[in-house]
Structures are given as C-alpha cells and as structure tokens.
Design a protein around this ligand. Sequence first.
Ligand code: SF4
Length: 370
Amino acid sequence: MVVTFPNIGNIAPAARALCQGLQIPYVMPAKNNKRTLQIGAEYSPEEICLPFKMMMGNFIEGIEKGADTILTTGSCGPCRFGEYCELQMKILRKIGYEDIDFVVADLSSEVGMEEFKCRVGKVGAASPVSRTAQFKAIRDAYRTVELCDKIDARAYYLAGYEQTPGECKRILHEYKDRLLECETPEETLKLLNDYKRKMSRVKISRDKDPIKISIIGEIFTVIDPYSNLYIEEKLMDYGVSSIRKLTPSWWVKDLMLKPFKLNSLDIKRASRKYLPYSVGGHGKECVGEAVLGKEQGMDGAIQILPLGCMPEVIAKSILPTIQMDKDFPTMTLIVDEIMGEAGYVTRIEAFIDMLESRKRRGSMGRTVGF
Ligand code: SF4
C-alpha cells in the first residue's frame, strides 16, 4: 500500500505525520499549483465545483508518483460532496487507473460506525506497528493539525498588530517550509511547538487598531490558500487582522461531537434566526460565523465560495439581511479555475478601504484579544 491524500491546507502535514507514525509508504501531494488544477479540471465534469477539480489533480499527481491508495474524506450529501468519491473512482478507472483503492473516512449516520471502522481498519492492517503505536500515530496527526491551525490563526490575527511589518508572515513561511523536512511525527511536533513559542514572542503594538476581517465560506476554499489566491496572506500584507473558524482541527472536533449533538454550539445559536436548517456543506456555519464575527468585534466578513457551490449560494443570499440587521459589512468572492487575480485584489482593497472609512467615521470594532 502506497498512500496519497488531498493537499488541503494543514490536512496534508497531519496526513503525512499519520503515515510516518503508521510506517506506511506515502506520496506527499505537491503544494497545490497551476498544474494540479489543470490536470484536475481536464478530467472533471466542467460544472463541478473547484474542490473536486483540485482533489482530482492531487490524486492523479499522487498516482503518477506511485500511490495506489487514496485516503480521503466523504459524506452522504446533501450537496455534491456526497458524490465526490464515487465520481472520482469512476473517472480514475475510466482514464486507466483501474487498481486504485479508496479509503473514505466518513462518519455520517448513513455509513455508520461499523463501516467506518472497517474502512479505517484497512489502513491499520497495512501498518507494521503495534495497536498502541497506531493510536499514538492518530493522536500525533491530530496534534499536528491542531498546532498548525493555532500557529496560522495567531499569525493571521497578530499581523495587524506586529511592530515589525512582515514578521508574522516570515515565521509562517519558515515553519511551513521546515515542516516538509521532518521525517517523524516527533520531529514535526517539536518543530511546531518551537514555532508556536516563536509566534507568541512576536512583538506587538497594543495601541494599534487594525481592520479586522472574518474569513467565512466554503471549507475547502477558505482552507486551501491556492484556491483563495492566498487571501489571508494578502490581508497580512495590508496590515489587516483576520480570523477564520473553519479549520481542519475544527472539522475533526465538529465531526466527533456531532453524534452527541454537541458540535459547534456557538454557530448553531448564532445561525438559528437566519438559517435554522442544514443546507449541506457549511452554509449554516457561514451564516453563523457572520453573526459571530459581529459579536466578536470584527469590522466585516469576506465569504469565499467556489462557483456553483449550492450551500454557499444559499448563505450568500442571507448575508445581506445580516448586514442590514447587524450593521456588519460582508463581501462575497467567488473562485474558480478561470479567474483573474487583478479584479479579485481590487475588490479586497475596495472592501478594506470601505471598512477603514467606516472606522474613521466612528463605527469602531473592539479587539478580540491576543
Ligand atoms: S460545499 Fe459547495 S464546493 Fe463543497 S462539495 Fe458542496 S457544492 Fe461543492
């Protein structure tokens, strides 16, 4: 078994740490790039959403480098994500990759715990290490993704307060590059703990009052920097602080607490008035996050969604009501494989200008806290 997995933000280093801990050969997917998207788009249905195309690109590149098993997540709908794996398997078979095995980690009630264990057990059976070491590998993988998400969140938020412009971004890039050199989960965790400390030592000016923006929207496109044209890094360059609730570690916690109905209680409360039902994907979360953004003192929210994303289109139609009710500006950016960066940047800059002028006029936000 040679495993590969989609390159979705911090999921990739965690999946890598898992394979290292389980001592299973793996192919690390390349950082998402133009070629990944081109290959993915070539073999995907034209109107399918961007995450499908990116993942197809990752899988094909992984198979080209020798992978025979794809480790990915799945769901049973109601949006297109429920069809992803079946369709991806069919396409791969059709283009000649007939012996590729899919391990789809899906904890939905339609799949059930027994089937989930059976699927995940396939990977466990291929691992030569003891059961105890396998549990440790899973724990280390989770700690990896959690630490990466924490460091990123701190960097994106502190960028608006740093004394030396660009310091948070430099540390962010440095740790992401060095992460690729780690050969064991222990090395990975040590490096991440070092960088977490480094990030907490960044000198900040508490008297600064930067623009603060909440990044909301479809989970893949907010997590994958290539898909959203590195929006969080662009905001860092403008000296804007940003927060984002949807991260891979949030997703894992949400999934684990779902059977007990204890998941994302704050989002459920915040979205109740505007969207009390699940509409698939993370449409409900997007609405709840917009309300939470206002409560947390953010100056505005940017929603990112792939072209044709059904749940986010529903959320998009509700955001103007929240904007009016709460006096909370929101802007929507739609991403796809055919898009111009110049227009995208212009819209971001115009939104920041508008938030700055509101701030000058006195609609002040308050600080979320360091
Ligand atoms: S949430 Fe949107 S982008 Fe994601 S699979 Fe569903 S329709 Fe596609």
